[in-house]
Design a protein around this ligand. Structure first.
Ligand SMILES: NC(=O)c1ccc[n+]([C@@H]2O[C@H](COP(=O)([O-])OP(=O)(O)OC[C@H]3O[C@@H](n4cnc5c(N)ncnc54)[C@H](O)[C@@H]3O)[C@@H](O)[C@H]2O)c1
Length: 354
């Protein structure tokens, strides 16, 4: 039988296991959890992050988080984590996240994202921890949805990455339906950018940029000659795609708000996390030029298959049910990201948005 541990004391909110907690969203969430009064244990295999992130977190919160270097699919180690600690809830962020890479390596995406989730659910169930918040993605929505996109919009992902998220959502819905002890929150995150304002944590310095903001910052820093824009003939005011960019600290606070809500409910609930505002690629580039003081040359190439002209989150449900709202504007996102990038980013080899 699993060993029992004492629960949180009256002045604690509990111990949270955060998978992928050394990553971009994870490290910021560890900070937000600490600020909200939670203790946490980070589990990460460092596939897309580095243990130096723990030092960055410590600079901000004054203590190094409890860290386990392991793969979530390593059920044996996961069991040991649950056995040695009384985990109250899990925030599951670990996984592979590049849409483009998922098209060329679908088996990696299905294998890593699905196997880690199944392993996690089994361990949680064995140790009677049934509260889970999962970072899903706007990539699950069907193409052609009218923005703002509500949580009830059609689901039809167009990439193996998005489909792995959809499959995990379904696994979680089915699992929660099988046993009413489960409390499961699904957060469909839109486009996180920015970093903690201290400049101590940000995006993995070792990773090649796949998203727009790191690519913009690379060009601003002189690490690429031009920023490639994938199409400027979309039916939008300036012809470039419009996305819902949200400051990663707003995402992190949204995750904490989701955790609080999910602990007080049963079953499954889904929330979008975005700002409800759209910014075009060209508008983001202009904001980045303002923040960096550097002109960012662009060149236009063909559209990428699957890119939607506009994707903006409907955030009414998250605002009302989570008592949460995004606070930061695009200018702050660019200022913060630039501070981090100047201090930490490794030389890049390519620049490829968004
Ligand atoms: N960044 C985005 O644009 C975005 C948007 C929507 C949803 N999400 C989702 O949010 C989550 C976190 O995204 P992120 O941007 O912080 O990514 P990230 O790559 O920075 O962080 C993921 C972390 O998980 C770790 N990891 C990967 N596979 C693992 C495994 N099997 N076991 C243990 N650790 C593992 C990596 O080392 C990394 O530290 C992902 O699930 C991603 O799909 C991200």
């Amino acid at each position: 039988m699993p060993e029992q541990h004492d629960g949180p004391t009256a002045d604690e909110k509990g111990l949270i296991l955060i998978t992928g907690g050394a990553g971009y969203i994870g490290s910021h969430t560890v900070v937000a959890l600490h600020e909200a009064g939670y203790r946490c244990v980070v589990l990460d295999n460092l596939a897309n992050s580095s243990s130096s992130v723990l030092g960055g977190i410590a600079k901000i919160i004054g203590t190094t988080p409890d860290f386990v270097e392991a793969d979530v699919a390593d059920t044996h180690t996961l069991d040991q984590v649950f056995e040695s600690r009384r985990i109250d809830a899990v925030i599951h962020l670990a996984g592979l996240k590049s849409v483009g890479e998922s098209v060329s390596s679908p088996l990696d995406y299905y294998s890593v994202n699905l196997e880690s989730t199944l392993s996690l659910l089994r361990s949680m169930h064995r140790f009677e921890c049934h509260t889970l918040l999962f970072s899903s993605s706007a990539a699950v929505y069907a193409p052609g949805q009218e923005s703002p996109i509500t949580e009830t919009a059609a689901i039809q992902p167009t990439s193996p990455y998005g489909r792995s998220k959809q499959m995990i959502e379904q696994i979680l819905v089915d699992t929660a339906a099988s046993d009413d002890r489960w409390r499961v929150g699904l957060l469909r995150c839109f486009n996180p950018v920015g970093t903690h304002p201290s400049g101590s944590i940000g995006e993995s310095p070792g990773s090649k940029p796949n998203n727009l903001m790191p690519s913009v910052m690379d060009v601003a820093a002189g690490r690429g000659e031009t920023l490639r824009l994938f199409g400027d003939d979309y039916p939008t005011p300036d012809g470039t795609c419009i996305r819902d960019y949200i400051h990663v600290m707003d995402i992190a606070r949204g995750i904490v708000a989701g955790l609080q809500r999910v602990r007080a409910m049963t079953g499954t609930r889904v929330w979008n996390l975005g700002t409800g505002r759209g910014t075009s690629v060209r508008e983001l580039v202009s904001a980045a030029e303002e923040a960096t003081g550097v002109e960012i040359p662009t060149s236009v190439t063909d559209r990428r298959p699957g890119d939607q002209p506009v994707a903006i989150a409907a955030i009414g449900r998250a605002q009302h049910e989570l008592s949460w709202d995004a606070e930061h504007d695009v200018a702050t996102m660019c200022d913060d990201h630039w501070r981090w990038h100047r201090l930490h980013a490794a030389p890049a080899t390519t620049a490829s948005p968004p």
